[in-house]
Design a protein. Structure first.
Length: 276
């Protein structure tokens, strides 16, 4: 067995963030080969993940970021098991690191992000390292990117909710509008941009629920469809972004608010991620 020094163990620990004993065992197993030791630690991380596959990763950290000219933004969410890990400096820095490299490289898909370099390894390998270090199930399967004339991001509630919104135009005052719309999305959680973009499956479900409720209320059978359509209209108003009441002024909708700034201003797309 190779004679492993404390300095070598400390070096591997600094490089990987794994525990001292784990680093020592990995170096002994690899006979002092650092690359093999790192691979052993990654495999240990994978084993931890497999062992804890039945655990719920309902805590974590969300971050929305945009580039300097506000034309591109990313939204990253990584889940963990406990609030203790979710608030730890190492975990938060890990999630911020993913966001930074995704933004710098203008990554547009989760697969592209996982292949990016982070601290000398890929994001995917760094995730495995973090699993080994924390001993918890970690999940990074939620990522979004937006490219638009103006992109705004908003982080809420201790980074438990993050939103990203792409505006159709840039210009004076639109940055503030974008920020307010991003806040609206965080607070009101719209299901889609407008009624035309609500998935048909959601519409069908709402109509069925509306008819069932009306039937339970004793309404005539020949009135059920009409009542359900009325309730669907209310659903659209409350749950689609452009029809929602603006949280800063309930007398106007988001569509009204946008038109006050520019009659042609609209929202191209948006994303909202929330922990739990």
């Amino acid at each position: 067995m190779a004679n492993i020094t404390a300095a070598e163990v400390a070096k591997l620990r600094k490089q990987t963030g794994a525990g001292m004993m784990d680093c020592k065992k990995a170096l002994q197993e690899s006979e002092g080969d650092f690359e093999k030791a790192i691979e052993i630690l990654r495999k240990k991380g994978a084993k931890v993940a497999a062992k804890r596959a039945d655990k719920d990763a309902t805590e974590g950290y969300v971050i929305a970021q945009t580039n300097n000219d506000k034309t591109f933004g990313v939204l990253v969410m990584v889940n963990c098991e406990t609030d203790f890990v979710g608030k730890s400096e190492d975990f938060v820095n890990f999630v911020k690191g993913i966001s930074d490299v995704a933004l710098q490289n203008k990554a547009e898909t989760l697969e592209a992000v996982l292949a990016l370099p982070l601290d000398g390894v890929t994001v995917a390998d760094k995730l495995s390292d973090m699993i080994g270090k924390t001993g918890e199930k970690l999940e990074f399967d939620t990522f979004a990117a937006i490219s638009s004339p103006l992109v705004a991001g908003y982080n809420h509630n201790g980074n438990k909710i993050g939103t990203l919104v792409g505006m159709s135009k840039a210009g004076e005052g639109i940055g503030e509008v974008g920020h307010n719309v991003a806040m609206q999305i965080a607070a009101m959680n719209p299901v889609s941009l407008d009624k035309d973009s609500v998935p048909q499956k959601v519409i069908d479900t709402e109509l069925e629920v509306g008819k069932d409720l009306a039937r339970q209320e004793g309404k005539p059978e020949d009135m059920l469809d009409k009542i359900a359509q009325g309730r669907l209209g209310k659903f659209f108003k409350e749950n689609t972004l452009m029809s929602q009441s603006f949280i800063k002024d309930s007398k106007k909708t988001i569509s009204d608010y946008l038109k006050e700034t520019d009659k042609d201003l609209t929202v191209n797309t948006f994303h909202r991620f929330a922990i739990g």
